[in-house]
Each structure stands twice: as C-alpha cells, then as structure tokens.
Write a protein that binds this ligand. Structure first.
Ligand SMILES: [Fe+2]
Ligand SMILES: [Fe+2]
Length: 183
C-alpha cells in the first residue's frame, strides 16, 4: 500500500518512506524559498525593503542548511528538480519584485501560507518516533508565519491584482510540492 494513504493514529511509528519524502520536499521547498528571496533582493536589495528581505533570506538559508543535513544524515535522495527550483525561485522573486515592493510582499504571503499548510500537514503525520523532526518543522513553520506577517505588514494586500496573484502563486507552490515529493 502507498504509505501516503495508510491510516495512521497519533503516536504510530512514521513509515520511513514517508519521512524520506517529507525531507526531500522540505529540502526542495527551502531551497526554492531562499532563491525567491535572492531574486527579490536582486531587484529591491538596495532599497528600503533590503533589510527585511535579507532577514527572511537568512532564515531560509538556516532552514535549507538543516534540511540539507537531514538529507545527508538519512541518505535521502534529493529531488532531481533542484535546477528547476533554482531558476524558477529566482525568477518568481525577481519578477514580483520588478512589479514593486507590494507585489514582492504579496508573493511572500502566498508562498509562506502555502508552506504553513504544508508543514502543518506534515507535523500532524509525524509520530512520536519522529519528535525531533516534528519539532524542527514546527519551529520553521512559526518562522514562515513570521514571514507571512512581514508581507502583510508591508502592504502586500495593496498590491495590484493581489487576489489573483496570490491564488496563482499558491497553486504553483502546491504543484511544486507535489512534484518534489515524487521526482
Ligand atoms: Fe523556510
Ligand atoms: Fe519563509
């Protein structure tokens, strides 16, 4: 049976294949997130939003470093799609930033909300045998929500086309998540 479909009760052992997939997709997501902020910084880094973008980029770097360690420690195969996320993440960040700081912040709100839902679902699936990984995910999830709040505090919702843009970016994130779990 596909372990993504197996019923699981709280405290059950978490299937190794499911954990490997979580680490693969989270490594990919943090890699992409760092690239989004690098793309935004390429456009807006010298402006007034530079410091807050650098703060978020530095946290994504920490998240990425931790998942890279987990990939190595647990011998998880990284996604083959990293070169795609390298380009797509930077392009998304730079393109939204080129539309202006509010659009860049709208991108942040969309991405971080998608990651929040993703991490919440993962944490709920992890048993007590994976308490440390669950704790890591919960810590990072709190920081992603901080990023979402930074976006909202920086007028994300005043970006032109906010609703459509965030809907499209969230759909893109969910597609990237589904692909990175498998490929
Ligand atoms: Fe992150
Ligand atoms: Fe984030």
């Amino acid at each position: 049976m596909d372990d993504t479909l197996a019923p699981r009760l709280p405290g059950d052992p978490t299937a190794a294949a499911a954990v490997a997939r979580m680490i693969r997709v989270d490594h990919a997501g943090e890699y992409g997130a760092r690239r989004i902020y690098q793309g935004q910084l390429a456009v807006l880094g010298r402006g007034p939003h530079g410091p807050v973008l650098r703060h978020m980029q530095a946290q994504e770097q920490q998240h990425l470093d931790r998942f890279a360690e987990l990939v190595a420690e647990r011998r998880v195969r990284p996604t083959a799609l990293l070169p795609l996320w390298h380009l797509a993440g930077f392009a998304l960040g730079a393109a939204t930033a080129a539309l202006g700081p509010r659009a860049a912040m709208a991108c942040t709100v969309a991405v971080e909300e998608a990651i929040d839902a993703h991490y919440a679902a993962q944490a709920a699936r992890l048993g007590d045998d994976e308490a440390e990984l669950r704790g890591t995910i919960e810590t990072f999830r709190a920081e992603e929500l901080e990023h979402r709040d930074i976006g909202l505090a920086n007028q994300a919702e005043q970006a032109p086309g906010y609703r459509l843009m965030t809907r499209l970016i969230k759909a893109g994130c969910r597609a990237a998540i589904a692909a990175s779990e498998r490929i």
